[in-house]
Design a protein around this ligand. Structure first.
Ligand code: NDP
Length: 419
């Protein structure tokens, strides 16, 4: 029996809320707190009479630290699941420390305003030191390790699918399949079709920031930078078929390369259709992906935020999306002195996800691991205190829970490799 507070009520949060409500024995009291109260009301009404979980709702602006603290003091959650935007990660972690609750999120901290001079200076230094240019990195949240440890609390970072399950797959591969892992390719394929010429499957602002950034991978202890979308491969995905995929920077490369320094090369690929890429390039060329505010007829607007308001809400894509996602990790390495290959992945069907919880598979594959991560902490199966990424914990109970609650693993011992 636990009190759980979820911040955000978008695509990912709605799945996590549904999944928590399927387990009222653990998630007995749930507070959904988000910026737009009507979204919280809608899901509460949908679940009324279908779950034994007691649901309360609250309007909150997660930028308002005092409001966070007063809500946490009033509701007294054991864990806060931050399923809103990564801009508020640090504020919410501070509030958790002040109010004595565990913390979980699905995306690494990045600032809303990337022109902030203090943040910018540290960003430039990080580029020189580490040589990757993404706006997000784990250093800000890793700095909280000591504070969470001393408070006897857990902050579980990046507990979606990627980041999240992909790192559990690394820990699982190392525990059961390899004495030493040499290379890792993380492949994220969305074979879904929503019928729109252009829409993003999760928060458009975060998605477009990520995809339009310079790409890189990690090799022999160094980050290798390459222009965005400059490395393209084709892969025949189980359940989906042949797709074009592009090398991207992704946040779990930073944590896996830190926690498993033995891995000589880590790359991340994501599939994109030509229509998505053409639209993105055009929007970028005309300045619509800019995060720098402009003055339009006396009002300050941020182009990418204005674009978000025009695009379909990712939470509304469920009904019209068909096809499957396939996300997983291909490893090479050694076991008992012999070279070995191993592929572990999950396939998730958009329409099956929609029929179960009313959401498409990208939200589903993120919301289910968030629920399972909270389950691990609440049941005491993951109990090492401090700030941790998913691959630092025992992968077995987590992967078992994923198998049981909607994201079963598939395995191959002879996968086609990415060249
Ligand atoms: P959505 O845009 O659908 O939802 C975001 C929610 O957060 C909305 O309900 C929004 O409110 C709320 N919100 C935004 N700002 C605030 C604020 N200041 N105070 C309170 N609530 C706020 O995004 P998604 O659900 O698609 O994504 C959620 C998170 O999950 C993102 O950080 C994303 O990067 C991450 N993600 C992680 C993945 C993984 O595999 N690890 C994969 C996909 C996403 P409002 O309704 O008012 O807009």
């Amino acid at each position: 029996m636990s009190r759980v507070l979820i911040i955000g009520c978008g695509g990912v949060a709605q799945v996590a809320i549904h999944k928590c409500c399927q387990h009222p024995d653990v998630f007995s009291d749930l507070c959904i707190a988000s910026r737009t109260l009507s979204k919280c009301e809608k899901i509460k009404n949908e679940l009324e009479g279908k779950t034994k979980t007691n649901i309360t709702i609250k309007q909150i602006d997660a930028n308002d630290y005092d409001a966070l603290v007063s809500l946490f003091k009033e509701f007294k959650p054991e864990i806060v699941m931050n399923l809103g935007m990564p801009y508020q990660n640090l504020k919410i972690m501070d509030a958790c420390l002040e109010c004595d609750c565990h913390y979980l999120d699905t995306a690494a901290y990045e600032p809303e305003n990337v022109d902030d001079p203090v943040w910018r200076q540290r960003y430039e230094e990080r580029i020189k030191e580490k040589n990757f240019t993404a706006y997000f990195d784990y250093s800000y949240q890793w700095e909280y390790k000591q504070k969470f440890e001393s408070a006897g609390l857990i902050a579980l970072l990046g507990c979606g699918f990627d980041p999240g399950v992909t790192q559990a797959y690394v820990a699982y591969a190392k525990k059961h399949e390899f004495d030493r892992i040499d290379t890792l390719d993380i492949l994220d394929c969305n074979g879904g079709d929503h019928g729109y010429p252009f829409a993003t499957n999760f928060n458009p602002e975060i998605n477009l920031r990520e995809v339009s950034s310079e790409a890189d991978y990690f090799e022999n202890g160094k980050w290798i930078r390459v222009p965005a979308m400059s490395i393209k491969r084709q892969y025949d995905f189980d359940g989906v078929g042949m797709k074009d995929m592009y090398l991207l920077h992704h946040e779990e490369i930073e944590s896996i390369s830190t926690i498993y320094p033995e891995i000589k090369r880590i790359r991340f690929y994501m599939t994109f259709g030509q229509s998505y890429l053409d639209h993105m390039r055009c929007l970028e060329d005309v300045g619509m992906l800019s995060t720098t505010p402009i003055n339009y007829e006396g009002k300050e607007i941020v182009p990418i935020q204005f674009l978000k308001a025009l695009l379909p809400d990712p939470a509304s894509l469920g009904e019209r999306t068909v096809g499957k996602t396939n996300i997983g990790c291909i490893f090479t390495g050694k076991k008992d002195g012999k070279e070995k290959k191993y592929y572990i992945y999950n396939m998730c069907d958009h329409q099956e996800s929609y029929l179960e919880v009313g959401s498409q598979a990208v939200s589903y594959t993120t919301g289910v691991p968030a629920m399972c991560g909270a389950l691990m902490i609440l049941k005491g199966l993951w109990n090492e205190k401090g700030v941790h990424n998913v691959e630092e914990y025992n992968p077995d109970p987590f992967i078992e829970a994923l198998d049981k609650y909607g994201l079963p693993k598939s395995e191959s011992y002879d996968p086609v490799m990415v060249d």
